[in-house]
Design a protein around this ligand. Structure first.
Ligand SMILES: Cc1cc2nc3c(=O)[nH]c(=O)nc-3n(C[C@H](O)[C@H](O)[C@H](O)COP(=O)(O)OP(=O)(O)OC[C@H]3O[C@@H](n4cnc5c(N)ncnc54)[C@H](O)[C@@H]3O)c2cc1C
Length: 166
């Protein structure tokens, strides 16, 4: 399902400039037989006795607003939500800290944990954040770099100085 309209087979750069010109792309897995629907939004999961039975969908207009009377249900017993990075999962440790010790998140829509890239300290004493949870969706090289730098910062805080490996 794609909430956007079906893109043209050939990109039309002039008509959409300065925006990115999209064109219809078909991956090998889609070519194997996936059916695609465009200008369709998911509305809700429906189920019986706590078990998923379907996903309620509808058609949308150019402004992605649902068109009344176009609702339909796709039968499903399992749903994987694959919508890209939607922010750190705040349930669990982070949520507990957020409530009790006021862990600060940034103003981005994904609400990443706020920490600078010098010492990686968060607003909670002795809590450090590095990688995707701090900078948002990114690359593994950044996660490695930040993890190393955060480890150094933690080491300095604990030992007062960094002990470099030989
Ligand atoms: C589908 C996909 C494809 C990608 N492809 C690429 C690519 O080709 N190249 C590239 O450079 N990057 C790619 N990335 C991005 C890259 O994977 C991330 O930037 C990187 O993994 C971030 O590392 P991280 O250590 O910050 O977070 P993560 O790798 O997400 O590690 C966080 C860990 O914390 C654990 N965790 C969460 N909550 C708790 C808790 N309460 N208690 C204990 N553990 C917890 C999680 O289980 C997880 O193991 C891709 C990401 C995705 C999702």
């Amino acid at each position: 399902l794609d909430i956007r309209p079906q893109p043209p087979e050939k990109e039309d750069k002039l008509s959409v400039w300065p925006y990115w010109a999209t064109k219809m792309r078909t991956s090998s897995s889609q070519a194997e037989g996936a059916e695609r629907e465009f200008q369709v939004a998911t509305l809700e999961f429906i189920g019986e006795e706590g078990q998923l039975t379907g996903v309620k969908c509808c058609e949308v207009d150019e402004k992605r607003k649902p068109i009344a009377g176009t609702e339909f249900v796709i039968r499903a017993d399992l749903a994987f939500i694959a919508i890209g990075f939607a922010g750190p999962a705040m349930a669990g440790v982070a949520a507990e800290l957020e409530g009790e010790m006021k862990i600060t998140t940034d103003s981005r829509r994904s609400r990443n944990v706020e920490a600078n890239d010098r010492d990686y300290r968060t607003s909670v004493d002795r809590l450090y954040a590095a990688g995707d949870v701090r900078r948002g969706q990114s690359l593994v090289v950044w996660a490695i770099r930040e993890g190393r730098q955060a480890a150094r910062s933690i080491d300095e805080a604990l030992m007062g100085t960094t002990v470099l490996p030989r």
